[in-house]
Design a protein around this ligand. Structure first.
Ligand code: HMG
Ligand code: MG
Length: 305
């Protein structure tokens, strides 16, 4: 196996990508408490919410309140999705640290997700990025459907490169390449990363895997061997995209942290505090704890006894 990185940064996207897909409205105070627990677990970056149209994503309609009520931990950047200028203005009022713009590499998903063609999206995001930069905000550019679209099927790699370069040229600091519906397999990830090597700067790339049949961790292992050191994940594997039919949950942060630590790769994340945050949100959502979460809890109780 090729040499693996010694340190990996994990962006927790559960409060946004996880909760946007929950059938029930989660009270603001639960979101705030959960983010506060995550802030203590060692993340340097947390995606807290989304300034999109509340009719499209009602679950996150309290984005401003969430951003204003969380206790901001020094060294942690709090980001949010921003689709357009209107969303940006509210995000700036709420003092986000990072503006995350998003679009797809496939026409049909872009249209269903943000109601615009790819060409129509560029000037909208250009204005958002320019204004965000004037306010000294970091800008992340998401590219969705990188490994397959639920409507268009296969997505050509040159199209992914074109959209990615556009976002970078417009001023995005870095990119998150999304396997929106969890379509990727390890060989596809290997082929993709070989194709984009030298074209896109790997230091500016995060991988955002959704998890179908446990494939996300295998995909991470391949990306690690290519030197990718930033990964998005959601605690407990929450999540999915409401505008991508069949979108599976995100790669689970707890599984990712466990795998990386077991392989000697540091993340800065405290597994006990992470599990406390997992127990909190899974309880609130009436979801069962995983066997790994139970193991960490039992270990902690034994250590404390
Ligand atoms: P639209 O209807 O085309 O917007 O929606 P519009 O510009 O035509 O405006 C229509 C109305 O919406 C106007 O109000 C605007 O003011 C209002 P009216 O004059 O009719 O009263 N409006 C807004 N209101 C609040 N906040 C805003 C906003 N913008 C316009 N920001 C829009 C376009 C982009 C807003 C809509 O399509 C939308 O909100 N989409 C959200 C989709 C979404 O959040 N999807 C999930 C996140 S993406 C994802 O999960 C993938 C990712 O995880 C990576 C991966 O996995 O690949 C990131
Ligand atoms: Mg996603």
């Amino acid at each position: 196996m090729k040499a693996l990185p010694k340190f990996v940064t994990i962006k927790e996207v559960g409060p946004r990508d996880g909760l946007q897909n929950e059938p029930e409205q989660i009270p603001t105070e639960i979101k705030v408490e959960w983010i506060d627990l995550l802030s203590k677990a060692g993340f340097t970056s947390i995606e807290a919410s989304s300034f999109v149209h509340p009719k499209w994503i009602p679950q996150l309609k309290d984005a401003k309140e969430v951003m204003q009520q969380i206790r901001r931990e020094p060294g942690v950047g709090y980001s949010a999705l921003v689709p357009n200028y209107k969303g940006l203005n509210v995000a700036l009022e709420a003092n986000v640290d990072e503006v995350a713009v998003f679009m797809s590499a496939s026409e049909a998903h872009n249209l269903r997700n943000i109601n615009k063609s790819i060409e129509e999206t560029y000037p909208i995001l250009e204005k958002v990025i320019k204004e965000a930069k004037l306010h000294n905000k970091r800008v992340r550019g998401y590219v969705s459907t990188v490994f397959g679209c639920p409507y268009d099927g296969e997505v050509p790699i040159p199209k992914v490169i074109e959209v990615s370069q556009h976002l970078l040229n417009m001023g995005a600091d870095d990119l998150s390449l999304g396997d929106t519906i969890g379509a990727a397999d390890p060989l596809q990830v290997d082929h993709f990363l070989k194709e984009i090597k030298g074209v896109l700067n790997f230091n500016q790339i995060a991988m955002h895997f959704h998890n179908t049949n446990g494939m996300a961790l295998a995909n991470v292992l391949v990306a690690l061997q290519h030197g990718i050191v930033i990964y998005d994940s959601a605690l407990g594997g929450l999540g999915g995209c409401p505008y991508a039919k069949g979108a599976s949950g995100n790669l689970a942060t707890d599984d990712l942290v466990h795998m990386l630590h077991k392989m000697g790769i540091k993340t800065g994340i405290d597994e006990t505090k992470l599990t406390e945050a997992a127990v909190y949100i899974q309880d609130a959502l009436n979801k069962e704890l995983t066997s790994h979460q139970m193991q960490v809890l039992n270990r902690t109780m034994q250590e404390e006894a």
